[in-house]
Each structure stands twice: as structure tokens, then as C-alpha cells.
Design a protein around this ligand. Sequence first.
Ligand code: ZN
Length: 190
Amino acid sequence: MVDAGALKALVERRVGSIPALGITLGWWKGRHGGLKSLCRKICGFDSRTEHMIIRTGRRYSVEEILKHVKDRDGSRLELDGDHVGVSSTRMLTFKKSCVCVECGIVGTHFWKEKHHNFSRFHLNLYAVDSSGKEILMTKDHIIPKVRGGANALSNLQTMCTKCNNDKAAMMPEQWAAWKELYKKQPKEKR
Ligand SMILES: [Zn+2]
């Protein structure tokens, strides 16, 4: 059994792995199907409890954030009293493009957010859909990490949460086949 404290450290430090435990975030995602279950393990929440995401400050436009994003390890930016990372591969992916490669929705603004159990805020990119709802933008591994894909910019692309959830850990050819199949099916059968 992996203990919750070690998992919390794994996510908070964003090291990507705990060699002593032999686990990585990719391993967890591959085995348990998502980071939600990881949060549940860390917090001890049951399925009736929502995870609390704390949002603070104001909306930041992509222009005012992305000009500070640079490929230098540990770069942090002071934003209205909080220091947020701006050199992660996720932020560098957004700097390449804020547009979902699948549905074309455009990330327009950032919020400072954190999981209630963690101390540091980070920046999350959001788009707004046609009904006015915010959609979280993510970095997608073209070749999934659990299938050996690198965490390098050449293997990363911007995708909205909806499309990324559909793609899951599919290889590019499986994803292409899935989309082909989906296009032929009536929507309600999805
Ligand atoms: Zn999308």
C-alpha cells in the first residue's frame, strides 16, 4: 500500500516519481485511470465528497502570462502575492498553442488555483464554451506516457479536458480509429 503522505509529496513537488516506492504519476494514471483517484487517496475523501479547488485573485489574460513563460527550470513568477511556476512543460505547451488540437476551443485566460491540501498555487488555463462554461485546458502526450511517450515538448500538445478524457491513453492510431468510429455513430450512442 502506497501511503498518502508520499503521494502528496509526489504531486506537490511535481517530481513525477518516487523511486523508493517505484511509482510515477504515469503509472498511477495507467493503473487507476486518473488523478482524481490519486487525490481521493491523498485526502481520504469518499465518493460523496467533492475535492476542493481553491481559486484566488483575478483572471489573467494569456498575453500577460505567456510572455513570462520560459524554458528555465524552476522559473517562478510573482502574481499578486503568490509565486507560481512558469517553466513547466505544461506552461511551455500552452506557449506553443492555447488551442485544443481536436475541437479547436481556445484557452483565453488563466486562474491561480490549488488543491485544498497543497500549499502552492499554480496557473490553470481555461477556455469558455458556447454555453459560457469554463473548460480546463491540459497538456496531452501524443504518445501516452504510460506507453513510453516522452515528457518532451515534441510529444506534447494542448487539448481541452473533454477531448483529453476521450483520448485517455490511446495511441495516435487507436485515437484516429476511435474518432472515425464515433463520427459514424449517432451522438446518443456515445
Ligand atoms: Zn477539445
